[in-house]
Design a protein around this ligand. Structure first.
Ligand code: GRF
Length: 216
C-alpha cells in the first residue's frame, strides 16, 4: 500500500520531528516524510531533517505583505510533493483561516497539555500554578481557533510535588514522542473517522488498548 506522505512544520528543536523520522525509518511504518518546512532558518530541526536526507524549505515572513500571502507561498511549495497530511510540530506561527480550511482534516498538531485545558503558551507553568494533578499531551486535528479541533490521542502524566516547568515539560515530551507517531500511523491505516467533531478510532471513542497504553 502507498505510504501516507507527510509535510512536517517546525520552528525549533524538532524533537517531535525526530520521533516521526525514527518511526518512518521502519519499513513497515505506513507513512513517510516528503518535506519539512520551517519559518526560521538555522534551527536544530532543520539539521535533523537534513541528516535524515529529507528535503527542507524555509519560508519566513520577510518580503510578504500579509500572513495570508505567506500561506499561499507555503501551499505552492507543498503542491509538487503530493502531501497527504501536514504535521505541525512546534510550528510557532499562526496559520491563516484560508490555509487551515484548505487543509481541513488533513492537518494535525501536537500540544503539551490535555486539551481543552491550557491552550496557548507557557502551558507547563500554568498547569503547575493551577494545581492540577495530571497534565499531558494531545494530538488533534487543526481548526481555525488555536489549539482546538478533534482530539486524536492523549497521554497523561502526573504533576509531581517539586516539578518545575522544565521537569514537567520533559516528562510530557517523552509521551509526545510516543503518541505523535502513533496518531500518524492510525491515520495512515485509515482507522480514524471524525463524527460530530469527535474522533473515532476503529469506530469507537475508546478502542481499549490504544488509549490505555500508547505503545500498544
Ligand atoms: C512540543 O512541546 C510541542 O508539543 C509543542 O512545541 C514543542 C516542540 O518541541 N507544540 P520540539 O521542537 O518538537 O522539540
Amino acid at each position: 500500500m502507498a505510504k501516507l506522505k507527510l509535510c512536517v512544520f517546525i520552528s525549533g528543536r524538532g524533537s517531535n520531528l525526530q520521533s516521526l523520522i525514527e518511526a518512518c525509518a521502519d519499513d513497515s511504518y505506513p507513512a513517510k516524510i516528503a518535506l519539512v518546512i520551517s519559518n526560521i532558518d538555522g534551527i536544530q530541526g532543520l539539521e535533523r531533517a537534513k541528516a535524515a536526507g529529507i528535503q527542507t524549505s524555509v519560508i519566513n515572513t520577510k518580503g510578504f505583505n500579509s500572513p495570508s500571502s505567506v500561506d499561499t507561498s507555503i501551499i505552492e511549495a507543498i503542491k509538487s510533493f503530493n502531501v497527504d497530511l501536514i504535521c505541525l510540530a512546534g510550528y510557532m506561527r499562526i496559520l491563516s483561516d484560508k490555509f487551515v480550511d484548505h487543509w481541513q482534516d488533513r492537518m494535525i498538531n501536537i500540544h503539551p497539555s490535555l486539551l481543552p485545558s491550557f491552550k496557548g503558551l507557557d502551558v507547563q507553568q500554568r498547569a503547575i500554578d493551577a494545581g492540577v494533578r495530571f497534565s499531558g499531551c494531545t494530538v488533534h486535528y487543526v481548526r481555525r481557533e488555536m489549539d482546538t479541533g478533534p482530539i486524536i490521542l492523549q497521554a497523561a502524566v502526573p504533576v509531581m510535588n517539586n516539578d518545575s516547568a522544565e521537569t514537567l515539560a520533559e516528562r510530557i515530551l517523552k509521551q509526545e514522542h510516543k503518541i505523535y507517531p502513533l496518531a500518524v500511523k492510525l491515520i495512515a491505516q485509515g482507522r480514524i473517522t471524525i463524527k460530530n467533531e469527535c474522533v473515532l478510532i476503529d469506530g469507537a471513542i475508546n478502542p481499549g488498548s490504544i488509549l490505555i497504553n500508547p505503545e500498544a
